[in-house]
Design a protein around this ligand. Structure first.
Ligand code: PLP
Length: 360
Protein backbone atom coordinates (compact mmCIF):
# COMPACT_ATOMS: atom_id res chain seq x y z
CA UNK A 1 0.00 0.00 0.00
CA UNK A 2 1.51 3.40 -0.95
CA UNK A 3 2.21 5.32 2.23
CA UNK A 4 4.74 7.59 3.86
CA UNK A 5 7.60 5.40 5.02
CA UNK A 6 8.66 6.36 8.54
CA UNK A 7 12.32 7.04 9.23
CA UNK A 8 11.35 9.11 12.27
CA UNK A 9 12.61 7.71 15.60
CA UNK A 10 9.31 6.13 16.44
CA UNK A 11 6.85 4.94 15.55
CA UNK A 12 8.80 3.34 12.74
CA UNK A 13 7.74 1.49 9.61
CA UNK A 14 5.72 -1.68 10.35
CA UNK A 15 6.20 -4.58 7.95
CA UNK A 16 3.42 -6.35 6.09
CA UNK A 17 4.34 -9.58 7.92
CA UNK A 18 3.84 -7.85 11.28
CA UNK A 19 0.53 -6.36 10.18
CA UNK A 20 -0.63 -9.77 8.97
CA UNK A 21 0.34 -11.40 12.27
CA UNK A 22 -2.04 -9.05 14.08
CA UNK A 23 -5.09 -10.32 12.23
CA UNK A 24 -5.16 -13.80 13.78
CA UNK A 25 -8.43 -14.82 15.44
CA UNK A 26 -9.19 -13.38 18.87
CA UNK A 27 -8.69 -15.53 21.97
CA UNK A 28 -9.80 -15.11 25.56
CA UNK A 29 -7.09 -13.68 27.81
CA UNK A 30 -7.88 -16.22 30.53
CA UNK A 31 -7.72 -19.15 28.11
CA UNK A 32 -5.18 -21.91 27.60
CA UNK A 33 -4.60 -20.42 24.13
CA UNK A 34 -3.41 -17.19 25.71
CA UNK A 35 -1.17 -19.04 28.18
CA UNK A 36 0.33 -20.95 25.28
CA UNK A 37 0.95 -17.70 23.39
CA UNK A 38 2.59 -15.98 26.38
CA UNK A 39 4.43 -19.22 27.12
CA UNK A 40 6.00 -19.19 23.66
CA UNK A 41 6.97 -15.53 23.96
CA UNK A 42 8.30 -15.49 27.52
CA UNK A 43 11.54 -17.44 26.96
CA UNK A 44 12.37 -15.35 23.90
CA UNK A 45 11.83 -12.14 25.84
CA UNK A 46 13.95 -13.44 28.72
CA UNK A 47 16.71 -14.20 26.23
CA UNK A 48 16.51 -10.66 24.83
CA UNK A 49 16.49 -9.08 28.30
CA UNK A 50 19.17 -11.61 29.34
CA UNK A 51 17.29 -12.29 32.54
CA UNK A 52 15.80 -15.13 34.54
CA UNK A 53 13.05 -12.77 35.74
CA UNK A 54 9.65 -12.84 34.06
CA UNK A 55 9.13 -10.24 31.33
CA UNK A 56 5.81 -8.44 31.57
CA UNK A 57 3.46 -7.25 28.85
CA UNK A 58 1.77 -3.93 29.59
CA UNK A 59 -1.08 -2.62 27.47
CA UNK A 60 0.11 0.96 27.52
CA UNK A 61 2.75 3.01 25.87
CA UNK A 62 6.13 3.22 27.62
CA UNK A 63 5.00 6.13 29.77
CA UNK A 64 2.57 3.86 31.60
CA UNK A 65 5.43 1.75 32.93
CA UNK A 66 7.63 4.82 33.43
CA UNK A 67 4.98 6.31 35.71
CA UNK A 68 4.25 2.88 37.20
CA UNK A 69 7.91 2.44 38.15
CA UNK A 70 7.81 5.69 40.09
CA UNK A 71 4.62 4.69 41.89
CA UNK A 72 5.86 1.17 42.68
CA UNK A 73 9.41 1.97 43.72
CA UNK A 74 9.92 5.49 45.05
CA UNK A 75 9.29 5.60 48.79
CA UNK A 76 11.75 8.36 49.72
CA UNK A 77 13.19 10.33 46.82
CA UNK A 78 14.10 9.72 43.20
CA UNK A 79 17.05 11.11 41.26
CA UNK A 80 15.85 11.72 37.69
CA UNK A 81 18.78 11.95 35.27
CA UNK A 82 17.72 14.60 32.73
CA UNK A 83 19.47 14.89 29.37
CA UNK A 84 16.67 15.41 26.85
CA UNK A 85 12.92 15.52 26.34
CA UNK A 86 12.00 12.06 27.65
CA UNK A 87 14.34 12.01 30.63
CA UNK A 88 13.36 15.61 31.55
CA UNK A 89 9.70 14.67 31.47
CA UNK A 90 10.32 11.73 33.80
CA UNK A 91 11.24 14.26 36.50
CA UNK A 92 7.93 16.08 35.90
CA UNK A 93 6.12 12.73 36.09
CA UNK A 94 7.80 11.93 39.43
CA UNK A 95 6.50 15.22 40.82
CA UNK A 96 3.07 14.61 39.27
CA UNK A 97 3.00 11.30 41.19
CA UNK A 98 3.51 13.31 44.38
CA UNK A 99 7.06 12.03 44.91
CA UNK A 100 10.12 13.82 46.17
CA UNK A 101 12.39 14.17 43.18
CA UNK A 102 15.63 15.82 42.20
CA UNK A 103 16.77 16.45 38.64
CA UNK A 104 20.37 15.76 37.67
CA UNK A 105 20.59 17.91 34.55
CA UNK A 106 23.10 18.05 31.72
CA UNK A 107 22.66 20.15 28.55
CA UNK A 108 20.67 18.43 25.79
CA UNK A 109 23.11 16.44 23.65
CA UNK A 110 25.42 15.60 26.54
CA UNK A 111 25.45 12.19 28.26
CA UNK A 112 24.88 11.52 31.95
CA UNK A 113 28.25 10.64 33.49
CA UNK A 114 28.77 8.05 36.22
CA UNK A 115 30.75 10.68 38.15
CA UNK A 116 27.78 13.06 38.22
CA UNK A 117 25.48 10.22 39.34
CA UNK A 118 27.92 9.30 42.10
CA UNK A 119 28.18 12.91 43.29
CA UNK A 120 24.39 13.28 43.39
CA UNK A 121 23.69 9.95 45.12
CA UNK A 122 26.46 10.51 47.67
CA UNK A 123 24.40 13.34 49.16
CA UNK A 124 22.08 10.60 50.44
CA UNK A 125 18.31 10.37 50.83
CA UNK A 126 17.58 8.69 47.48
CA UNK A 127 16.00 5.29 47.04
CA UNK A 128 15.61 5.26 43.25
CA UNK A 129 17.16 6.70 40.11
CA UNK A 130 15.81 6.95 36.56
CA UNK A 131 18.05 6.74 33.51
CA UNK A 132 17.04 6.89 29.87
CA UNK A 133 19.56 4.68 28.06
CA UNK A 134 19.05 6.03 24.53
CA UNK A 135 17.63 9.57 24.85
CA UNK A 136 15.69 9.54 21.60
CA UNK A 137 15.25 13.34 21.46
CA UNK A 138 19.01 14.02 21.38
CA UNK A 139 20.40 10.72 20.05
CA UNK A 140 22.55 10.27 23.18
CA UNK A 141 23.38 6.74 24.31
CA UNK A 142 24.18 7.01 28.01
CA UNK A 143 26.93 4.82 29.53
CA UNK A 144 24.51 2.48 31.27
CA UNK A 145 27.03 -0.13 32.41
CA UNK A 146 29.23 2.48 34.11
CA UNK A 147 26.21 4.23 35.64
CA UNK A 148 24.87 0.90 36.93
CA UNK A 149 28.23 0.13 38.56
CA UNK A 150 28.09 3.42 40.45
CA UNK A 151 24.47 2.95 41.49
CA UNK A 152 25.33 -0.50 42.92
CA UNK A 153 27.47 1.26 45.55
CA UNK A 154 24.18 2.52 47.03
CA UNK A 155 22.25 -0.58 48.11
CA UNK A 156 18.97 1.29 48.79
CA UNK A 157 18.85 2.90 45.35
CA UNK A 158 16.83 1.09 42.67
CA UNK A 159 17.90 1.69 39.06
CA UNK A 160 14.96 2.26 36.70
CA UNK A 161 16.02 2.18 33.05
CA UNK A 162 14.19 3.27 29.92
CA UNK A 163 15.51 1.30 26.94
CA UNK A 164 12.76 2.36 24.54
CA UNK A 165 15.05 3.16 21.60
CA UNK A 166 18.04 0.99 22.50
CA UNK A 167 16.42 -2.38 23.27
CA UNK A 168 17.56 -5.05 20.80
CA UNK A 169 19.85 -2.60 18.96
CA UNK A 170 22.73 -3.10 21.44
CA UNK A 171 23.12 -5.79 24.14
CA UNK A 172 21.53 -4.79 27.48
CA UNK A 173 21.92 -7.74 29.88
CA UNK A 174 19.41 -6.97 32.65
CA UNK A 175 20.66 -9.40 35.32
CA UNK A 176 24.36 -8.83 34.67
CA UNK A 177 24.05 -5.04 34.80
CA UNK A 178 22.05 -5.28 38.01
CA UNK A 179 19.18 -3.16 36.71
CA UNK A 180 16.02 -3.00 38.81
CA UNK A 181 13.56 -2.08 36.06
CA UNK A 182 14.08 -2.16 32.32
CA UNK A 183 11.22 -1.01 30.12
CA UNK A 184 10.48 -0.26 26.50
CA UNK A 185 7.63 0.57 24.16
CA UNK A 186 7.20 -1.67 21.13
CA UNK A 187 6.82 0.98 18.40
CA UNK A 188 10.49 1.92 18.25
CA UNK A 189 13.28 -0.65 17.95
CA UNK A 190 10.83 -3.57 17.76
CA UNK A 191 8.94 -1.98 14.85
CA UNK A 192 5.47 -2.95 16.05
CA UNK A 193 2.47 -0.62 15.99
CA UNK A 194 2.24 1.49 19.19
CA UNK A 195 0.21 0.55 22.26
CA UNK A 196 2.26 -1.94 24.24
CA UNK A 197 5.23 -1.87 26.60
CA UNK A 198 7.47 -4.62 27.95
CA UNK A 199 9.34 -4.60 31.22
CA UNK A 200 11.24 -6.69 33.75
CA UNK A 201 11.89 -5.98 37.42
CA UNK A 202 14.44 -7.30 39.92
CA UNK A 203 13.69 -9.11 43.18
CA UNK A 204 14.76 -5.97 45.02
CA UNK A 205 12.20 -4.02 43.03
CA UNK A 206 9.42 -6.46 43.95
CA UNK A 207 10.44 -6.28 47.62
CA UNK A 208 10.16 -2.50 47.53
CA UNK A 209 6.88 -2.57 45.59
CA UNK A 210 5.34 -4.92 48.15
CA UNK A 211 5.87 -2.26 50.84
CA UNK A 212 4.27 0.55 48.82
CA UNK A 213 0.72 1.42 49.85
CA UNK A 214 -0.25 3.61 46.89
CA UNK A 215 1.17 1.83 43.88
CA UNK A 216 -2.24 1.74 42.20
CA UNK A 217 -3.72 -1.15 40.26
CA UNK A 218 -3.12 -0.91 36.50
CA UNK A 219 0.68 -0.85 36.80
CA UNK A 220 1.00 -2.77 40.07
CA UNK A 221 4.25 -4.75 39.74
CA UNK A 222 3.07 -7.34 42.26
CA UNK A 223 -0.08 -7.98 40.19
CA UNK A 224 2.05 -8.35 37.06
CA UNK A 225 4.30 -10.89 38.77
CA UNK A 226 1.39 -12.87 40.24
CA UNK A 227 -0.35 -13.06 36.85
CA UNK A 228 2.83 -13.85 34.91
CA UNK A 229 3.40 -16.91 37.11
CA UNK A 230 0.24 -18.15 35.43
CA UNK A 231 1.27 -16.79 32.00
CA UNK A 232 -1.37 -14.08 32.16
CA UNK A 233 -1.63 -10.31 32.48
CA UNK A 234 -3.51 -8.38 35.21
CA UNK A 235 -6.09 -6.97 32.79
CA UNK A 236 -7.15 -7.69 29.20
CA UNK A 237 -4.03 -7.15 27.08
CA UNK A 238 -3.77 -5.92 23.51
CA UNK A 239 -3.80 -9.41 22.00
CA UNK A 240 -3.24 -8.35 18.35
CA UNK A 241 0.02 -6.67 19.38
CA UNK A 242 1.04 -9.80 21.26
CA UNK A 243 0.55 -11.78 18.05
CA UNK A 244 2.72 -9.19 16.32
CA UNK A 245 5.31 -9.53 19.07
CA UNK A 246 5.51 -13.29 18.65
CA UNK A 247 6.04 -12.87 14.93
CA UNK A 248 8.73 -10.22 15.54
CA UNK A 249 10.55 -12.35 18.13
CA UNK A 250 10.63 -15.26 15.68
CA UNK A 251 12.20 -12.93 13.10
CA UNK A 252 14.72 -11.64 15.62
CA UNK A 253 15.90 -15.11 16.59
CA UNK A 254 15.96 -16.23 12.94
CA UNK A 255 18.29 -13.32 12.18
CA UNK A 256 20.33 -13.95 15.33
CA UNK A 257 21.01 -11.41 18.06
CA UNK A 258 24.61 -10.71 17.11
CA UNK A 259 23.61 -10.20 13.49
CA UNK A 260 20.84 -7.84 14.64
CA UNK A 261 23.22 -5.75 16.75
CA UNK A 262 25.72 -5.68 13.87
CA UNK A 263 23.00 -4.64 11.40
CA UNK A 264 21.99 -1.69 13.57
CA UNK A 265 25.62 -0.58 13.92
CA UNK A 266 26.21 -0.93 10.18
CA UNK A 267 23.04 0.93 9.12
CA UNK A 268 23.77 3.64 11.67
CA UNK A 269 27.21 4.07 10.09
CA UNK A 270 25.56 4.53 6.67
CA UNK A 271 23.62 7.49 8.07
CA UNK A 272 26.79 8.84 9.68
CA UNK A 273 28.56 8.60 6.31
CA UNK A 274 25.81 10.76 4.82
CA UNK A 275 26.12 13.27 7.67
CA UNK A 276 29.90 13.46 7.24
CA UNK A 277 29.67 13.73 3.47
CA UNK A 278 27.35 16.73 3.76
CA UNK A 279 29.45 18.44 6.40
CA UNK A 280 26.95 18.37 9.28
CA UNK A 281 27.80 17.61 12.92
CA UNK A 282 26.24 15.43 15.60
CA UNK A 283 24.47 16.63 18.71
CA UNK A 284 25.97 13.91 21.00
CA UNK A 285 29.74 13.64 21.37
CA UNK A 286 31.64 10.75 19.80
CA UNK A 287 31.29 7.56 21.84
CA UNK A 288 27.81 8.49 23.15
CA UNK A 289 25.71 8.12 20.02
CA UNK A 290 22.71 5.82 19.76
CA UNK A 291 22.95 2.98 17.23
CA UNK A 292 19.22 3.26 16.51
CA UNK A 293 18.99 6.83 15.32
CA UNK A 294 21.14 9.81 14.43
CA UNK A 295 20.55 13.28 15.82
CA UNK A 296 22.21 15.53 13.26
CA UNK A 297 23.49 18.91 14.45
CA UNK A 298 22.39 21.39 11.80
CA UNK A 299 25.76 23.14 11.70
CA UNK A 300 25.17 24.21 8.08
CA UNK A 301 21.96 25.96 9.16
CA UNK A 302 19.82 24.55 6.38
CA UNK A 303 16.04 25.01 6.46
CA UNK A 304 15.21 21.67 8.10
CA UNK A 305 11.45 22.11 7.68
CA UNK A 306 11.93 22.55 3.92
CA UNK A 307 14.24 19.51 3.85
CA UNK A 308 11.75 17.31 5.71
CA UNK A 309 8.83 18.39 3.55
CA UNK A 310 10.69 18.04 0.22
CA UNK A 311 11.79 14.51 1.19
CA UNK A 312 8.20 13.63 1.97
CA UNK A 313 6.77 15.23 -1.16
CA UNK A 314 9.30 13.77 -3.61
CA UNK A 315 10.00 10.37 -2.02
CA UNK A 316 7.30 9.79 0.59
CA UNK A 317 9.95 9.31 3.29
CA UNK A 318 9.48 10.90 6.73
CA UNK A 319 12.44 12.02 8.84
CA UNK A 320 12.13 14.19 11.92
CA UNK A 321 12.84 17.91 11.96
CA UNK A 322 14.04 18.00 15.58
CA UNK A 323 12.37 17.57 18.96
CA UNK A 324 10.99 20.42 21.06
CA UNK A 325 13.51 23.11 21.82
CA UNK A 326 16.08 21.64 19.38
CA UNK A 327 13.69 21.66 16.43
CA UNK A 328 15.51 23.19 13.48
CA UNK A 329 18.94 23.19 15.09
CA UNK A 330 18.86 19.39 14.80
CA UNK A 331 17.08 16.77 12.73
CA UNK A 332 16.80 13.03 13.31
CA UNK A 333 16.98 9.95 11.12
CA UNK A 334 16.07 6.51 12.42
CA UNK A 335 17.68 3.25 11.31
CA UNK A 336 15.88 1.04 13.81
CA UNK A 337 13.46 -1.79 13.24
CA UNK A 338 13.45 -3.84 10.05
CA UNK A 339 15.67 -1.60 7.90
CA UNK A 340 18.27 -3.25 5.68
CA UNK A 341 21.28 -2.12 3.67
CA UNK A 342 18.98 -1.87 0.65
CA UNK A 343 16.24 0.20 2.32
CA UNK A 344 18.80 2.52 3.92
CA UNK A 345 20.50 2.95 0.54
CA UNK A 346 17.14 4.09 -0.88
CA UNK A 347 16.76 6.60 1.92
CA UNK A 348 20.29 7.88 1.49
CA UNK A 349 19.93 8.42 -2.23
CA UNK A 350 16.66 10.27 -1.53
CA UNK A 351 18.45 12.42 1.08
CA UNK A 352 21.18 13.15 -1.48
CA UNK A 353 18.70 14.06 -4.22
CA UNK A 354 16.73 16.30 -1.86
CA UNK A 355 19.91 18.01 -0.67
CA UNK A 356 20.92 18.63 -4.29
CA UNK A 357 17.48 20.03 -5.10
CA UNK A 358 17.64 22.41 -2.12
CA UNK A 359 21.22 23.34 -2.96
CA UNK A 360 23.19 22.10 0.05
C1 PLP B 1 9.24 7.24 22.65
C2 PLP B 1 9.93 7.26 23.96
C3 PLP B 1 9.23 7.25 25.18
C4 PLP B 1 7.75 7.39 25.30
O1 PLP B 1 7.06 6.48 24.60
P1 PLP B 1 5.46 6.51 24.57
O2 PLP B 1 5.23 5.39 23.66
O3 PLP B 1 5.05 7.84 23.99
O4 PLP B 1 4.98 6.33 25.94
C5 PLP B 1 9.94 7.21 26.33
N1 PLP B 1 11.27 7.17 26.33
C6 PLP B 1 11.99 7.19 25.20
C7 PLP B 1 13.47 7.15 25.27
C8 PLP B 1 11.34 7.22 23.98
O5 PLP B 1 12.05 7.24 22.85
Amino acid sequence: MPHTKLFIPGPVEVSAATMAAMTQPMIGHRSKDFQNLYGRIMPMLQQLFVTSQPVFISTSSAWGVMEGSIRNLVAKKVLNCCCGAFSDKWYDVSLACGKQAEALRVPWGQPITPEAVDAALSKGGFDAITVVHSETSTGVLNPLREIAEVVRKYPDVLLITDTVSSFSTVPIPFDELGLDVMLLGVQKALALPPGMALFAASNRAFERAATMQDRGYYFDFIEFRKNAENLMTPSTPVIPLIYALESKLNEIFAEGLDARFERHARLNRLVHDWVDRHGFGYLPPDGFRSKALTCVHNTREIDTAAFVSALKKDFNFAIDGGYGKIKGTTFRISNMGDETDATMAELISALDATAAKLGF
